[in-house]
Structure formats: structure tokens, C-alpha cells
Ligand binder design. Structure first.
Ligand SMILES: Nc1ncnc2c1ncn2[C@@H]1O[C@H](COP(=O)(O)OP(=O)(O)O)[C@@H](O)[C@H]1O
Length: 173
């Protein structure tokens, strides 16, 4: 079966700009946006609530079942703050967004996260947890780190990814 477009994973710490970038990409390409958090909410794909991280616990197996068919068709932009549980075969390319601590701190404060949740997310960014996770989960040549501090960064990231999509050639799976 041939995919009609590439599958792109946009990952990174909350607040680094994943959903903004995904929306921009979706409006500049033929690709569909898959916001994993929203898919999980719509289908109630949760196992409970993580008190420490102050967020719902995703039922990863059911989420994968839910998206499998759509991913096999291709042409998806998946946005999520973690990446190690997706099947490796799903993605043609993986982007990890990175944001400087002070900028990220302000963005998370604007979301009214409590101090504990902000601290956990800032630590996640300092220790480049998601970048390491992506490098461990996917072939190194498809994992790309992108700075996401300024609107100019955002614009460049959109331009680069749109250009990459244009040269993408359908592959048999
Ligand atoms: N590169 C950037 N430059 C300036 N502001 C940004 C950038 N990326 C994201 N933002 C802003 O930061 C906030 C969080 O972005 P969002 O896309 O919701 O992050 P995520 O989906 O990773 O949680 C939004 O208010 C967004 O407008």
C-alpha cells in the first residue's frame, strides 16, 4: 500500500509550539492534523489521572488502535508531548521543538499551570528528555531538533517542513 503523503511527528515539551506549528503546516499542505490529546479526549482513551504531573494518563494501546488506519493512509501531522510509544513505522520524519527556559516558563505561566507543573516541564526541557526519547525511538537521520523561541523561528520551521513535504516521494509500505 502506498501512502498519499508523509506522516510527520511534531514532539517536544508542552509549550514549545507543537500545536501552533502543526496548524500552520496543515494550512500550508494537504496534510491532516492529528492532535493526540484531542483524539484521546474525544474517545475517552485514558487510564486515570497522574497527580504528580497533573495530567490524564493516556491509554497508549487504545490510542494506537484508534489511529492505525489513518496512519496507514499517510498524510498526517501528529502532535504530542511524548513519542516513544508510537510504532516506529508510522513516521517518515520527526521534529523535536526546543525552547529556551525563560521563554518556556512565561508561556507555561500564561497557561495558568501551577508551579509544580511548570517546574516539571522546565526540567523536562533542561534535560532534553523528549529529544533523547525521540533519538532512542527513531532512526537518528529522521530526527530533527528545531528551535521554537520566536515567531521568526516558527516561520522558518514551517517553510523548511513545507519544502521537505514537496520533495517527499510516496513509498510502498
Ligand atoms: N516559535 C514561537 N514563537 C513565539 N511564540 C510561540 C512560538 N511557538 C509557540 N508560541 C506560543 O507559545 C504558546 C504555546 O504554543 P503551543 O503551540 O500551544 O505549544 P504546545 O502545543 O507545544 O503545547 C502559544 O501561545 C503560542 O502562540
Amino acid at each position: 500500500m502506498s501512502r498519499f503523503g508523509p506522516n510527520i511527528l511534531i514532539t517536544g515539551t508542552p509549550g514549545t509550539g507543537k500545536s501552533t506549528l502543526s496548524q500552520e503546516l496543515a494550512s500550508n499542505t494537504q496534510l491532516r492534523m492529528v492532535n493526540v490529546g484531542e483524539v484521546a479526549k474525544e474517545n475517552q482513551l485514558f487510564l486515570g489521572f497522574d497527580e504528580k504531573l497533573q495530567c490524564p494518563i493516556l491509554d497508549e494501546d487504545r490510542l494506537i488502535d484508534e489511529l492505525e488506519e489513518q496512519m496507514a493512509e499517510g498524510g498526517n501531522i501528529v502532535d504530542y508531548h511524548s513519542c516513544d510509544f508510537f510504532p516506529e513505522r508510522w513516521f517518515d520524519i520527526v521534529f523535536v521543538l526546543r525552547t529556551d527556559n525563560s521563554i518556556l516558563y512565561e508561556r507555561l505561566q500564561r497557561r495558568s499551570y501551577n508551579e509544580e507543573k511548570i517546574k516539571n516541564n522546565i526540567e523536562c526541557e533542561i534535560f532534553q528528555t523528549i529529544l533523547d526519547e525521540a533519538r532512542e525511538s527513531y532512526k537518528s537521520d529522521i530526527v530533527h531538533e528545531l528551535q521554537s523561541n520566536t515567531p521568526e523561528n516558527m516561520e522558518n520551521n514551517v517553510d523548511e517542513i513545507v519544502a521537505w513535504c514537496k520533495q517527499w516521494v510516496p513509498q510502498s509500505t
